[in-house]
Each structure stands twice: as structure tokens, then as C-alpha cells.
Design a protein around this ligand. Sequence first.
Ligand code: FA5
Length: 347
Amino acid sequence: MKIIDQSLLQLLETWRNELVQANTDQQLEALRITYLGRNGRINELMAQLKTMPLEEKRAFGPQIQELQQIITQELQALQQTFITQAFNQELNKQKDFDVTAHVPSALDKPSGSLHPYTHLIERIEDIFTSMGFAYAKGPEVETEWYNFEALNIPADHPARDMQDTFWLTTPGLLLRTHTSSVQIHTMKNQQPPLAVFTPGRVFRHEATDATHDFMFMQCEGLLIDKNISLTHLCSLLKVFMRGLFEKNDLSIRLRPSYFPFVEPGLEVDISCIFCKTGCALCKKTQWIEMGGSGLVHPATLKACGIDPAVYSGCAWGIGIERLAMLLYGINDIRLFHSGKIEFLKQF
Ligand code: FA5
């Protein structure tokens, strides 16, 4: 069908004039709506048909349809041209893409990293879980009973002075001074046999220096079962420390010490990881102090409702920052919670 109606021919011409000016997808879409949309020009013409006499309708109707078809085809053709152009542009961009180009803005963007605590706790967790130990948590705000009394440190015991305490204004409440309090929660809540490790933050009312802080992290290992002896403690310590430092020839040394909640109490040293003959880090002794340990005191077992005639246990506790300082070569403990980006960026 040929369009002969003058008004339709004029509309077609206007359409073509507007079409050649469309340069973007958005402009093309706006044109589509104007001409082919629900309230567009073509539908306006269709609506006029309804009021026309039959003869005119027969002549006019097919011409409108023809016009609609032409507009649709021309619109689609231009849409296709736009798609092809965009595709070719992308292809050209890829052709000119220089993989060796330096992009300073992307490189300068700050990116996050894991805190050394997280690195180390994940490492500790791996070793403990490989030995069958479970993760145990306890509160940072403690009662005097969990932090001291159940650990065989009554109110008048001189050992309370070993760990200067932050007391809260509520009588009997304090910030835990060590993670040994988590041993008590575990032993009170679970029946032996049990094996747990307890990474967590502790607080001591102490002056700070490069190796002492008032807030630091500790982690303990605790094993309770029948017939647990020093042999178990020694071999667990050996597996743990060798895993931690990834050194199969690392030696363990135990020295008599005193912690009221273990008997005997032992200080744990490891052979120096930096030298064989004595260096600045081991203070020429070839040994590095790692923490406290011992066999769980019968009074502590009893306080938690465990019969010391049936069960015994061993425990050890280490400071995480001092360990991280050794492993990562950090020279000041206060850097850990300084929030300094320069420090954190290194991990
Ligand atoms: C204790 O806290 C015992 N609860 C450990 C223990 C567990 C003994 C189980 C026996 C059985 P000590 O006060 O020595 O022990 O602290 C253990 C470790 O915490 C130390 O070896 C050290 O690495 C770290 N530590 C202690 N005081 C500080 C401090 N002010 N700043 C940083 N780290 C510290």
C-alpha cells in the first residue's frame, strides 16, 4: 500500500527529519514514544479512524498501518546501527588497551588488611583444632570468683599482686587479668574429658613500655581427663610451639615457677628461633620465655565440681602480642592498638 494522504506524508517527513537528528539511544527512545507509544502520533491517528465514515476508514486505515510499519522499520534500523557502533567502539578500546599502563589512581586507593592479632589467632586456632581442642570464650568483665578465687587465689593471697587489677565500681566486678578465668567457665559448664583453647583480651593496671601494655591478648590451652601428667603437657607444648613457629627442631624448656592454680607451676621457654649461639633477642641465653604452664591444681578442679581423685589436667597460657612481636619483628607492643595505618598496612 502506498501512502498518498498528504497529512500522513507530512508526518512521515517530520519523522525522518527528527530521526536523522537522533544521536543517542535516549533520543531514539524518546522518538519511539512520541510516534509509536500508547499516546503517540500513530495511535492518535488510529483513534480518529473510529469517527470516520466507512469509505474513508477503508482508504485511510491501511495507510496509517503502512506509516506505522515504515516508522517501526526505520527506528529498528537506526537502533541496530547504534548497537553496531557501540560494539565497534568497545572493540577498538580493547585493541588499544595497554596492559602495561600505570594507573596511579587505582594503585593509590587504600585497601584494608587483617590485624596481626587476626593472623596469629587464626594460626593458633589451626594448631589447636588440629589437636582436637575446641574454641572457648568467656566474658571480659569478670567476677572476683572466676578471675581469682576459683583459681586458688583468695582475697588475702599475695599472688593477687602479681596481676594489678582494674576494679569496676560495682563491688566484686573487674576486667579479667588473664584468660585463665575461661578455664573456670569451661570446667563448670562441661564434664571432662575436655580440651579447649581460649584466645581473648585481658587487662592489667600496669605502666606501659615497649613490652608491657595495660590491655593485651592471651591464649590458653586446657586439657582435663583421667591420668593427665606432665608428659602430656610437654608433648602438647612441643607440638603447639613447633606448629606455631613452623620449626620441627624447636626445643622446649620448663622451669619451676609459681601460679596458684597449677601444681607444679612451670615457666615455658623455647629454644631461640633466631640463633644457635645467643643473640640480642634471646639475651645471649639461647632461650625465649613464652608463658606459664602446669598441672591444674586440685583446688581449682574442686572449685569447678570436678573430682581431683578421678581427673587431672594440664594448662598453659601465652601472651599473643609478645608472640607476634617475635614472629613479625615488631619492636613496640603499643603499636598493636595504636590504630596507626602505617603499622597495619604491613600485614
Ligand atoms: C598468666 O597470666 C597465667 N594465667 C598463665 C598461665 C596459664 C599459667 C595456665 C599457668 C597455666 P602471666 O602473668 O605470666 O601468666 O602472663 C602470661 C603471658 O602474658 C606472659 O608470658 C606474657 O607473654 C603476657 N603478658 C603478661 N603481662 C603482660 C603485659 N603487661 N603486656 C603484654 N603481655 C603480657
